[in-house]
Design a protein around this ligand. Sequence first.
Ligand code: AMP
Ligand code: GLY
Length: 430
Amino acid sequence: MNVLVIGSGGREHAIVWALHRSPTVRQVFCAPGNAGIAGLAECSDLNVRDGRALLQFIEAKAVGLTVIGPEGPLVEGLADDLRAAGHPVFGPGRAAAQLEGSKTFAKEFMSRHGIPTAGFRSFHTPAEALGFVQSEKWPESYRVVKADGLAAGKGVLVCRSREEVQAAVERLMIERAFGPAGDRIVIEEAMVGEELSVMVLTDGETFLPLPTTQDHKRVFDKDEGPNTGGMGAYGPVPQVSKGLWARIEKEILVRFSDGLRREGLDYRGVIYIGIMLTPEGPKVLEFNVRFGDPETQVLLPLVSSDWAKLFLATAEGRLKDVSLRLKKGSAVTVVMASGGYPGPYEKGKFITGLDLASKEPNVLVFHSGTERSSSEPFKTAGGRVLAVTGFGETLPAARDRVYSAVKKIQFDGVHYRTDIAARGINAVPL
Ligand code: AMP
Ligand code: GLY
């Protein structure tokens, strides 16, 4: 089988890696891909928004499965278009992708199905939203302001006071900092606790939970500095006791799957449930209708089953026929970023040590933002440049492996967190 992966980040490099090593896959194509992905797949600058060109490509290359990496094309309905033409696709259609594409839709879905989440109000106009914030009815805990639509992971503003909430509403709805994504907003209760990423493969009938992972969103050690797309991740998360997992299954996963069924939402892909472990129990922060980045770089190497079979069975609605085998051990991924990220940063810095790092045992180097022209060395081409994964029998062993590889890689201005997985290593089961 030939497969096509859509996307260009470290997550897609991991997906391409997993497909490339499958004995059932002949060739992997990636649109657009990146310089690292080009080592394993034939990258194409095909415009995936041009439906007809995409279908022609799929037919010309005899593609038997398309895996859609990012949320944008899913929310726009790309999976529906390909399915309508008879092609197997890993990724939900437009209707179910609203779980990520609209925060209001997601919150109302959770209310309808009794899924625990922060209390919220949703607003369509700045007058209504500001009226609520300025009124007696505003509870002091309602301090998180979210753009309803997609905002590249930047549309959530966690505030400390009524004045900040007001400014956040103005920023999203009046200044339109994220354009139409902020034409509707959600104002919700601020929750406290540790965050957990739960990713589940599903074809709507069968739900196969992948190992739990934990992202590190803040740019600096000890969770300091601004939020990023994710500076590193590890899994499985030892803090998740059997009892806690049973609660997550009963109160979140079962209700989620019942909700999909009752609403007739067709879902074939991965659902990523962002959870906050609050003192009252696990509560959903958000749904994403795709794999996380960098969680994917942790997860895919932790599974020993053939990923091509898992993706295809999901796409074809046969997930009950396949089993998920896991490797014994842990994985830790460290993101190496450009100086200045998540603020402005320079690109085009030469990267050294990639070969040395890749030769370390049980280490994988995924490219998030790199480029190279012909035989030149790789250069930086994004904020997040590389995602390096180490695998080990224990979490500390995986952590030591990954940092030993990371230290071999250099580029001007490079920065990375030195405490990825520390919380898991010092874990107290929750
Ligand atoms: P989201 O895109 O909804 O996951 O939000 C991004 C990040 O904002 C989350 O990973 C949390 O760190 C934070 N966040 C979102 N919602 C809340 C909330 N209700 N309370 C506290 N933090 C939140
Ligand atoms: N790691 C966070 C995300 O993929 O949204």
